[in-house]
Design a protein around this ligand. Structure first.
Ligand SMILES: *[C@@H]1O[C@H](CO)[C@@H](O)[C@H](O)[C@H]1NC(C)=O
Ligand SMILES: *[C@@H]1O[C@H](CO)[C@@H](O)[C@H](O)[C@H]1NC(C)=O
Ligand SMILES: *[C@@H]1O[C@H](CO)[C@@H](O)[C@H](O)[C@H]1NC(C)=O
Ligand SMILES: *[C@@H]1O[C@H](CO)[C@@H](O)[C@H](O)[C@H]1NC(C)=O
Ligand SMILES: *[C@@H]1O[C@H](CO)[C@@H](O)[C@H](O)[C@H]1NC(C)=O
Length: 334
């Protein structure tokens, strides 16, 4: 199991090393370097597939048997040397008291209340906008190497003053429910210090499921339950709404804040709102609904009713494991 993961990681990183060595000024004999790169990549690929046919694991089969209705990744060829993908799902605002936010967010980090108030002047006094994201990661790839789709959900805390500069907003994402058996995604999140709960999802291979014959139009369901019984769960039920409580710019802002868990490194997930998967008619649907979560850092199960959010898909570019300090003054337009 581990060997297979390492082979996957080796395959994923291989082109990076190849590019580094090709760009290295002292590497004069470029042909033989390229030759070596192609040969070792080929060998790894053979090993990788030998492994999966000798040890076909249930989880692996489960991950790969998924077919999604999601649209293809529209930017893979635009950024061939970056990690890109499509995120499809629901993002909503979970208002909690500032007092509770202060208890949950590690005490060494301030909360940038003046920043979220500049974006949401009417947000109720004494409250803080926590965020729920329930998304399906589709056609995630880099250097032409595609990983199987996976699903993840968690509650996140934006507008955190990680650098203590009273200006740059970071998003604290301390925990995730994530597709069980998907070792690349699970280990990728664990590297950030995230509390990761391998989980089963409903629907299994898509962002949400339309509830048939619902009284409310455009009702969709999403559910996640940890493989370890009772450790974590999250369900959402959202319906279309005409009312847009929060402006789109607010969603663009917090979804693009650099994200951290233990703050040793930061994740720069750039969600693009201008590609075909988002700009198609009804590409962004305002929704209202209920979220129920039993998930760290909340100490008990909680339910939020009548919360507002957006159901949409977006393409993304992701730059992983960067020094958090490098985001001082980051405004999402670099
Ligand atoms: C997002 O997921 C929903 C539910 O599976 C699907 O109906 C929709 O077509 C997807 N959107 C895109 C752009 O892939
Ligand atoms: C793509 O990756 C390179 C190298 O890691 C990085 O410098 C660049 O900013 C990334 N592109 C985008 C659009 O994030
Ligand atoms: C942070 O900046 C805001 C807006 O400029 C200001 O009102 C607030 O007093 C500052 N907080 C600290 C702790 O300096
Ligand atoms: C979409 O937005 C990104 C970043 O905001 C920009 O780099 C890119 O050129 C835009 N693409 C199109 C097709 O407008
Ligand atoms: C979020 O909004 C604040 C306030 O307008 C701005 O300073 C910041 O650059 C924005 N951040 C992102 C990632 O868009």
């Amino acid at each position: 199991m581990f060997s297979q993961t390492y082979l996957d990681v080796a395959l994923l990183c291989h082109p990076i090393f190849a590019i580094i060595s090709l760009r290295h000024p002292k590497m004069q004999v470029k042909h033989s370097v390229l030759h070596y790169f192609l040969f070792s990549f080929g060998s790894l690929l053979v090993l990788r597939y030998a492994f999966s046919s000798y040890f076909p694991m249930a989880a692996e089969r489960h991950v790969q048997s998924c077919t999604s209705v999601d649209q293809p990744n529209p930017i893979a060829s635009l950024y061939p040397n970056n990690a890109t993908g499509v995120l499809n799902g629901t993002v909503a605002v979970l208002p909690i008291s500032l007092k509770l936010a202060r208890q949950l967010i590690p005490p060494q980090y301030g909360i940038l209340e003046h920043v979220y108030r500049s974006l949401l002047p009417d947000f109720p006094r004494g409250m803080y906008p926590a965020i729920v994201q329930a998304v399906h990661d589709h056609e995630v790839q880099a250097f032409g190497y595609l990983i199987p789709d996976f699903t993840r959900t968690g509650i996140e805390f934006p507008f955190v003053d990680l650098l203590n500069d009273n200006q740059t907003s970071f998003k604290w994402a301390p925990s995730l429910l994530m597709t069980a058996g998907h070792d690349i995604a699970l280990n990728g999140a664990i590297e950030y210090g995230t509390k990761v709960f391998p989980a089963a999802f409903e629907p299994q291979c898509d962002a949400y499921r339309v509830v048939p014959n619902s009284k409310r139009p455009g009702t969709s369901y999403f559910g996640a339950r940890s493989a370890e019984a009772g450790a974590a769960s999250l369900t959402t039920l959202f319906s279309s709404t005409e009312k847009e409580i929060f402006p789109l710019d607010f969603f663009k802002n917090f979804t693009n804040q650099p994200t951290f868990a233990d703050a040793k490194t930061c994740d720069n997930m750039i969600r693009l709102f201008n590609t075909s998967v988002t700009t198609s008619p009804n590409g962004i649907e305002p929704v209202k609904g209920t979220v129920r979560a039993h998930l760290y850092p909340f100490s008990e199960e909680r339910e939020w009713k009548s919360v507002y959010g957006l159901r949409f898909a977006s393409a993304f570019v992701e730059n992983n494991y960067l020094p958090c300090e490098s985001f001082r003054g980051y405004d999402g337009h670099e």
